[in-house]
Design a protein around this ligand. Structure first.
Ligand code: GDP
Ligand code: IMO
Ligand code: MG
Length: 429
């Protein structure tokens, strides 16, 4: 029996949804522990695509799906997602989908503040997803967030909304020059959400603990990526939660000794949506080609993702910060047909080689990537299902990654579909 954490190693969109969906076959429970509907996790089964923003990617395999206390939840988005899955024949009943009573709600004023602030900042903006994530975590930290527990108590909920809106409306109107909001409307709307979501709301720490005691296998599904972590990422161009594996514990209410393996999802190249530094970014035809072949558009906002070569400095940082025990390399097929492929093995900072990812954005901005060039491959990888059938140059690329970051590759993905995968070691088995 094992409990594993899945995290993104780069700047998000590494293919976490695909790998979680695949591994969910051997899991009993899948738990989201941070982030919110800034995430967009894509699963493709038999050519049919599903994108989840809040519901864990174990839902298609019909496992118990849990939204942990560390997640910030926009109930309108959650309900729309539940309805969409339900209409496609996927069961999202209250025995299947559980929400932690301690999880914080994203409120309409969080979305308004997120949008207005980005507009206000102009070219200094972060490039957020505009889903109210930062403002919701901000209220959680300043101890005036509203939790699912409060939603279940109409009196407490109304009082909290009325109190906080006084201040939010003042800030929206006088500082951000944005529209104010009507508390009555919010209260009525959220009471409707409460009626629908009440059967799903519970103490998930107890639920997960009971599952583990009954020898069930639990998978903790990270959102975003290591370099979007509020502490360890490219601050301030980050999200507002801890995205690293350690947060699976506090974001789900379990202890660190319950985790057996931590799998890092690595896209075979690098992408980033929104602003912020990106040392191995490509501004040439190869970058465009990767962007097109990889269909690199955000699953949440539809924005074009910036593309670049694989960055080992970034990955080494992710191995250490998450304690990675294995890797899943995704989108290898996107590199098909390139004459050569490059790996950034270090940064040149003022003539000195830098192997550790710098915390200072000023330093990072002055870092030039040092590349190692490997031969590409002309074969189409998307139909390959066995490691032995991979072209020699692909094996060399993978071996080089393993050597450089000293972490074994457990899974190789060669296409978006669940079955376009080569599993070398299933961490659950
Ligand atoms: P996540 O946020 O980490 O779950 O990743 P996203 O779903 O935002 O983005 C990954 C995109 O790549 C999705 O469109 C997936 O369907 C797709 N994808 C995942 N793995 C592969 C792969 O191995 N090859 C190709 N071509 N596409 C993949
Ligand atoms: P998944 O789980 C990629 C980025 C945004 C922005 C920054 C802050 O699908 O990998 P936020 O709305 O969180 O305040 O935005 O973080 N971002 C993501 N980028 N994938 C994600 O999630 C992301 N979630 C947030 O683009 O740069
Ligand atoms: Mg995504």
């Amino acid at each position: 029996m094992a409990n594993i954490v899945i995290v993104g190693t780069q700047w998000g969109d590494e293919g976490k949804g695909k790998i979680v969906d695949l591994l969910a076959e051997t899991a009993d429970m899948v738990v989201r522990f941070q982030g919110g509907n800034n995430a967009g996790h894509t699963m493709v089964v038999g050519g049919e695509q599903f994108i989840c923003h809040l519901i864990p990617s174990g839902i298609l395999q019909q496992k118990t799906c849990v939204i942990g206390n560390g997640v910030v939840v926009d109930p309108a988005v959650l309900l729309a997602e539940m309805d969409a899955l339900d209409s496609r024949g996927i069961d999202v009943g209250s025995h299947r989908l559980l929400i932690c009573e301690k999880a914080h709600l994203i409120m309409p004023y969080h979305r308004s503040v997120d949008h207005a602030r980005e507009k206000f900042k102009g070219d200094k903006k972060i490039g957020t997803t505009g889903r109210g994530i930062g403002p919701a975590y901000e209220d959680k930290a300043t101890r005036r967030g509203i939790r699912f527990l409060d939603l279940l108590d109409p009196e407490v909920f109304s009082e909290k909304v009325n109190t906080i809106l006084d201040e939010k409306n003042f800030y929206l109107k006088n500082y951000l020059s944005a529209e104010t909001l009507d508390p009555k409307q919010i209260i009525v709307q959220y009471q409707d959400y409460a009626r629908r979501l009440a059967p799903h709301i519970t103490n998930i720490s107890v639920v997960i603990d009971t599952a583990i005691k009954n020898n069930q296998q639990v998978m903790f599904e990270g959102a975003q990526g290591t370099h979007l972590d509020i502490d360890h990422g490219t601050y301030p161009f980050v999200t507002s939660s801890n995205t690293v594996a350690g947060n699976a514990c506090s974001g789900a209410g379990i202890g660190p000794k319950q985790i057996n393996d931590v799998i890092g999802i690595v896209k075979a190249y690098t992408t980033r949506v929104g602003q912020g530094p990106f040392p191995s970014e490509l501004f040439d035809d190869i970058g465009d080609r990767i962007q097109e072949k990889g269909a690199e558009f955000g699953a949440t906002t539809g924005r074009r993702r910036r593309c670049g070569w694989l960055d080992i400095v970034l990955l080494r940082n992710a191995v250490r910060l998450n304690g990675l025990t294995g890797l899943a390399i995704t989108k290898l097929d996107v590199l098909d047909g390139l004459e050569s492929v490059k790996i950034c093995t270090g940064y040149d900072y003022n003539g000195k080689q830098m192997l550790d990812f710098p915390a200072s954005l000023k330093v990072l901005g002055d870092c030039q990537p040092i590349y190692e060039t490997l031969p590409g491959w002309s074969e189409n990888l998307s139909g390959i299902r066995r490691f032995e059938d991979l072209p020699e140059n692909v094996e060399s690329y993978l071996n080089r990654i393993e050597t450089l970051i000293q972490t074994p590759i457990d899974i190789i993905s060669v296409g978006p579909d669940r079955d376009q995968t080569i599993v070398i070691r299933n961490p659950f088995k």
